[in-house]
Design a binder for this molecule. Structure first.
Ligand code: ATP
Ligand code: MG
Length: 359
């Protein structure tokens, strides 16, 4: 069965790391006999906006909805399009219209990469952040009163639904259950946010009844962020609302060194719509065009995509391959952000070769 992948390189270094993401996926597909068909799209980037006055064609949903997955590079080129316009016109449309209600980010310290946290080695940091991706604090419910006067009041509501929260908790519990430590941490703030957060805690409690083998703890978001830095080894799967998950899913990868290696997935677990896989980093205008962007964030996102599509062995082969290349630490192959003198291409090629050598 052919699985169809929509390829959207996007802006800046997105166009440079994407070829390496594809190179490694092709190597894995060849090695493991997987039938992938890639189709390239030139929209959801700021060049498209410059030509058409919008980020995507009106029929983007129709064009993409039947793909098995979307492989995205990076979006944003603030010199030509304000970031909120490019983001709301592309990625956030995908997340909402394709009901990608899970945002998943692995936080794993890789060999050869220095954590900004002192004395941390690979194995000490290896957890997932699961963020609720469609509701919660990021609602448009609210408004302004007495605008422009000294009586001005602004209100923005948090909207949480039982359906919306339970489906994220279920995903997080399932993920925890599939991992050796079987440990779930819930981010909350039920001491200060007295309606939504105690209710979130109740939903966690209720869901935990279905997972007797998963141990559950909860932390208030303030001390949780501190513990990410002080005790990253405590965590296995961490679940949070849209806002708390947003914060944690930037802090987690930051604890593992360079932003250039971190991947992410925006998932519609039921497969009704395509899920989207992209590196955590942005378009990095400061290094764009130089061919020195680290491609591992894109490559690892491709591995997450393969896993989502049912190819766990091939996904693991990709992760094993970049871990091996990093562990060997040949500076002529590595990109400058990880203390190398190589290029996007030398690193991508080395990883692809390693995948083909998988036993
Ligand atoms: P976003 O577009 O998500 O808001 P941003 O503009 O805040 O992101 P990035 O574009 O990710 O940030 O860039 C932040 C910094 O990290 C820049 O200095 C950039 O050069 C560096 N960086 C980002 N991605 C990579 C990469 N793949 N390899 C090396 N350096 C990177
Ligand atoms: Mg940016």
């Amino acid at each position: 069965m052919t699985q169809r992948i929509a390829v959207i390189p996007g802006d800046g270094i997105g166009t440079e790391v994407m070829p390496e993401g594809l190179r490694t996926l092709e190597a894995a597909a060849k090695k493991f006999g997987i039938d992938l068909a890639f189709e390239h799209f030139d929209f959801a980037c700021c060049d498209y906006y410059a030509k058409h006055g919008q980020m995507m064609p009106d029929d983007w949903f129709e064009q993409l909805k039947d793909f098995d997955a979307i492989f995205y590079g990076a979006v944003g080129w603030p010199d030509t399009v304000p970031d909120h316009v490019s983001l709301w016109g592309s990625l956030l449309q995908f997340r909402r219209q394709f009901d990608q209600y899970i945002n998943l980010r692995p936080c794993k310290l890789l060999p050869g990469i220095k954590s900004p946290l002192a004395d941390r080695n690979p194995g000490d940091i290896d957890f997932y952040v699961v963020r609720e991706n469609t509701e919660g604090e990021y609602s448009s419910v609210g408004g302004k009163m007495f605008e422009g006067t000294d009586r001005e009041v602004v209100i923005q509501e948090t909207v949480m639904s039982r359906h919306g929260v339970d489906r994220v908790l279920k995903y997080a519990f399932d993920l925890a259950q599939s991992r050796p430590r079987k440990k779930l941490t819930s981010a909350t703030k039920s001491n200060g946010i007295a309606i939504t957060m105690p209710w979130w805690d109740e939903r966690v409690e209720a869901m935990s009844g279905n997972y007797s083998d998963v141990s559950v703890d909860k932390f208030h978001i303030d001390i949780l962020t501190a513990n990410f830095v002080l005790h990253p080894d405590w965590f296995d799967v961490v679940v949070g609302s849209n806002l708390f998950g947003d914060i944690l899913s930037d802090l987690g990868p930051a604890c593992t060194g360079t932003i250039g290696v971190a991947p992410s997935a925006n998932i519609n677990p039921e497969g009704k719509f395509p899920s989207l896989f992209e590196p955590v980093h942005g378009s990095a205008p400061d290094i764009a065009g130089k061919g020195i962007a680290n491609p591992i964030g894109q490559i690892w996102s491709g591995a997450m995509m393969l896993e989502h599509l049912g190819h766990a062995k091939a996904a693991k082969a990709i992760v094993d391959a970049f871990e091996a290349v990093l562990a060997e630490g040949d500076a002529s192959l590595l990109t400058p952000d990880i203390r190398g003198q190589g290029t996007t291409e030398t690193l991508g090629q080395a990883i692809a070769e390693r995948i083909l050598e998988t036993e």
